[in-house]
Design a protein around this ligand. Structure first.
Ligand SMILES: Cc1cc2nc3c(=O)[nH]c(=O)nc-3n(C[C@H](O)[C@H](O)[C@H](O)COP(=O)(O)O)c2cc1C
Ligand code: SF4
Ligand code: SF4
Length: 256
């Protein structure tokens, strides 16, 4: 049983490659009584700022998992910051056993920092399928492994957390977005939002930021590039990303 959370499809693709029964965390979070039983249970999700997305951690902490093998795989784009050791220790200290925690590098969809055209260009260098095949083999053999945090990744994480820019991260802004006149009121943003915080009113989307996960699914999926950050200029605002193996319909099914 593999629970996934995804904004642009990388983690859905990773979950598919790992195999098993796929279950959307976004949809499960809308249920109140969450108890799951399976031989092996996993979480596949992006990392946000070197950590689990808050909603994924909430899902883990507020569900019960009856299993002999609990694994976590986070997809990321540039630096994982030693997430596996740090977050396993945190979950273990909160009473959650983690048997396996690994990361897989994919396209970095943090479009407030990176040019998506450049990210897609360098994607083949990341050898995603090779890494996913190795992770799948690990999980099938029920390997016990927590990816070690290298000195370089710990330094990167600590440097980032100490930098003043961290306080200014756009994900925490309210309002996070502004809408341009290019919007055609198609409703795509609302249908890919995992947290159901976008409503279409009079042909225009409106955001309720109280539940927003800051995942950027709405921005990436807008066919008119009409959603912009309120306070930041993206390096390449016209080019957005979706994993090439995942359709828009897949994302809507996953998050709707
Ligand atoms: C808000 C936000 C924060 C992110 N933080 C990091 C990060 O700290 N390090 C990193 O390498 N990638 C980071 N990323 C990139 C994603 O983790 C990566 O692209 C992931 O594969 C996206 O998965 P998805 O397509 O399933 O949403 C971030 C992306 C977003 C949207
Ligand atoms: S996806 Fe884009 S064009 Fe469609 S309603 Fe949302 S903002 Fe407007
Ligand atoms: S409003 Fe946009 S950024 Fe916020 S949770 Fe929904 S899709 Fe993600």
């Amino acid at each position: 049983m593999v629970f996934y959370f995804t904004a642009t499809g990388n983690s859905l693709y990773a979950a598919r490659q790992i195999g098993g029964e796929l279950v959307s965390i976004a949809q499960e979070l809308r249920r109140s009584d969450r108890h799951y039983q399976a031989d092996a249970i996993g979480i596949v999700c992006p990392l946000f700022e070197f950590d689990l997305p808050g909603v994924v951690e909430k899902f883990i902490m507020e569900s019960t998992f009856d299993t002999d093998y609990f694994f976590i795989v986070t997809t990321y784009g540039m630096h994982h910051g030693g997430i596996a050791e740090r977050v396993s220790a945190r979950l273990e200290s909160a009473g959650r056993r983690v048997d396996y925690f690994n990361t897989v590098i994919m396209v970095d969809n943090a479009l407030q920092v990176f040019d998506m055209a450049e990210q897609m260009r360098i994607d083949p260098e990341k050898r995603v399928d090779e890494h996913l095949a190795a992770i799948r083999a690990d999980i099938e053999s029920r390997k016990r492994y927590i990816q070690p945090a290298t000195e370089e990744e710990v330094d990167f994480y600590e440097g980032y957390m100490a930098a003043p820019a961290f306080d200014l991260h756009p994900r925490l802004d309210n309002p996070l977005y502004r809408l341009t006149d290019a919007c055609i009121g198609c409703g795509t943003c609302s249908r890919v939002c995992p947290m159901q915080c976008i409503r279409i009113e009079d042909g225009r989307p409106t955001w309720d930021y109280s539940a927003c996960a800051g995942c950027y699914a709405c921005v990436h999926s807008c066919p008119k590039a009409a959603i912009r950050f309120a306070k930041y200029t993206e390096p390449n605002p016209e080019v957005h990303y979706r994993n090439p193996h995942v359709t828009l319909a897949d994302l809507m099914r996953a998050n709707g």
